[in-house]
Design a protein around this ligand. Structure first.
Ligand code: CP3
Length: 392
């Protein structure tokens, strides 16, 4: 069981009413985040009268003005944290993901330590592949490895879309507990891989240097490609809906391999399927789309129905934000490698983005990709402090 447990009664408390996250009518409520945070966290105190982290995050998603940009980091849980490495001594990665109490604990670790405005469920994009019938392993040396590869039409046809919701109940359970533990003290983010990114892993069988099989299938057999992507779209949509129904305040679609498609093929390979996923979701929960390396496709990304677009580090955030519809929020962009340098550099790079984005409502601070395993804790702390203390 977890080495650091949250307050034991937290999970039994009633779920707090879900605020309207993107409805025009909801006004920003003010409250002290420390009063509502039941996760046992002790983030840096903020001035009384500031927004709750949940309100700050939700308002930023809706492009309404906030006191300062909310901050969370992709891969904020994991190897950079000693408390995560300690749990890894006892449990495998897959056990951590699939045991709700452990996933809860790992999700909360970075919230306790740094006081981020949002918690992202500790999980993995490949849980959807596993729920479809294609299991996988994670090796500390060597990364992920699918149990088999999708090699034929028969294997694609055998993927069990209808089983996904049942098989991913462990994620729903972790989210329900997280929602009760966090209250308004942090927003809760669910996620899934994009159909395109999942297709790449499922066809290659592992993380590989050069992803070519999905692209080749798109060109050589568009019909079979469509059959696979249509199944993945339904599976991803079911998983995101389950997470929304279990308390997620926002969901992020990781299109980490979107940049493997040329500009002209992005829509057919990835954008279209992301749009279908978003269209099928019920309610008003904001969707964040992070499509890495797809800089020529902003119009298409805006057309997916995303409320928030994630940006990698290879663009100038403020310039991109100007080109997008003004009711679309932006997230990301700080080069993750900055977290391996020193606090002075972190503060300077963070302040540059804050300054450039000043006056543009709808800015969520994040990295251009995940926290690197060799990120220094003092650098993460400096990043969070710089954003929290930011005054234009
Ligand atoms: O952001 C978070 O804190 C939530 C957790 C999270 C993980 N994976 C945990 C994880 C999230 C959001 C993901 C998404 C994910 N998983 C993506 C998309 C984002 C991205 O990084 O591009 C992808 C492509 C995967 C698939 C995956 N999982 C790979 C390729 C690997 C091996 C490479 C690596 O980073 O180790 C994983 C393993 C994985 N997923 C780890 C973590 C913390 C490492 C586990 C460990 O070393 O203990």
């Amino acid at each position: 069981m977890p080495t650091q447990s949250i307050q034991p009664s937290a999970a039994k408390r009633p779920r707090p009413a879900k605020p309207a996250v993107s409805g025009r009518g909801s006004s920003a409520s003010t409250c002290n985040p420390r009063q509502t945070n039941r996760a046992g966290t002790s983030p840096a105190p903020e001035a009384p009268g500031t927004l709750s982290a949940l309100s700050r995050f939700s308002e930023a998603c809706a492009c309404r003005p906030v006191d300062r940009p909310p901050i969370w980091l992709m891969r904020q849980a994991g190897r950079a944290l000693p408390e995560y490495r300690a749990l890894k001594e006892k449990y495998s990665f897959i056990e951590l993901v699939q045991t709700p109490d452990l996933a809860l604990e790992v999700t909360l670790q970075p919230i306790r330590r740094f006081g981020f405005d949002a918690a992202i469920l500790f999980s993995d994009i490949l849980v959807v592949a596993e729920a479809l019938g294609q299991g996988y392993q994670f090796h500390d040396e060597g990364g992920i490895e699918m149990d088999f590869l999708l090699n034929s039409a028969a294997e694609i046809d055998a993927l069990e879309v209808e089983a996904v919701t049942d098989r991913l109940q462990y994620a729903a359970s972790a989210l329900r507990q997280l929602k009760a533990a966090l209250g308004h003290g942090a927003a809760l983010i669910g996620f899934a891989g994009s159909p395109w990114t999942l297709a790449n892993f499922m066809l290659e069988g592992a993380g590989v240097k050069e992803y070519g099989k999905a692209r080749a299938l798109l060109y050589s057999d568009p019909q079979l490609f469509g059959r696979l992507l249509e199944k993945l779209t339904r599976a991803v949509a079911s998983f995101l809906q389950l997470q929304i129904d279990s308390g997620a305040d926002a969901v992020q679609i990781f299109d980490s391999l979107g940049g493997g498609l040329s500009e002209g093929n992005f829509w057919a390979g990835s954008g279209l399927w992301i749009k279908k996923v978003i269209q099928s979701l019920k309610g008003v929960t904001p969707v964040i789309v992070f499509s890495k390396g797809t800089h020529g496709n902003w119009n298409e990304l805006a057309d997916t129905g995303a409320k928030v677009l994630g940006m990698d580090s290879n663009v100038r955030l403020a310039e991109m934000a100007k080109r997008l519809p003004q009711d679309m929020a932006v997230q990301g962009n700080l080069d993750p490698l900055v977290l391996t340098t020193n606090p002075e550099i972190v503060a300077a790079q963070t302040t540059r983005i804050l300054r450039e984005m000043h006056g543009r409502p709808g800015h969520i601070f994040n990295l251009g990709h995940g926290v690197p395993p060799n990120a220094k804790l003092e650098n993460i702390q400096t990043l969070v402090d710089t954003v929290k203390n930011w005054r234009p």
